[in-house]
Design a protein around this ligand. Structure first.
Ligand SMILES: [Zn+2]
Length: 135
């Protein structure tokens, strides 16, 4: 992704959560049903195993946020879709969350900004399959 900028790494926070988890001080393996469903249908396999249960059930979800995305913000996008979106939008932010489908560990990994930097109006509201779902 060529326009990647304003990168924030949350690995220190993740390490702290893992240490607390291994001490029994917290329950971080608490992915809610919505997140687990998203992981099942939209998760892209991570190139590493779960830091908690060590199984290869770890997937990544990339959530997109930004005013220019309009009604489409908050959607999960694949790497291929993000590479297309960075050419179509001026600025939006990507939050990468890792979720283990086995033990339900979940944590924010990093976030970054994408886009070509040009100001754009959000796309016009249009009816989508998702809108139909909520009726
Ligand atoms: Zn796990």
């Amino acid at each position: 992704m060529r326009s990647k900028r304003s990168f924030i790494d949350y690995s220190l926070d993740k390490r702290a959560t893992l240490i607390a988890l291994f001490r029994g001080a917290t329950d971080a393996c608490d992915a809610d049903p919505y997140l687990l469903r998203a992981a099942k249908f939209h998760g892209e396999r991570a190139d590493r195993n779960c830091p908690v249960c060590k199984k290869d059930e770890l997937v990544e979800l990339r959530y997109t946020y930004g005013d220019q995305l309009g009604q489409f913000q908050g959607r999960i996008k694949t790497i291929a879709e993000l590479m297309q979106m960075e050419l179509e939008f001026g600025e939006f932010r990507v939050y990468l969350v890792e979720v283990c489908k086995s033990c339900h560990w979940n944590h924010l990994v990093h976030s970054f900004t994408l886009g070509d930097g040009k100001e754009r109006k959000p796309p016009r509201k249009q009816k989508t399959i998702e809108d139909e779902d909520y009726r």
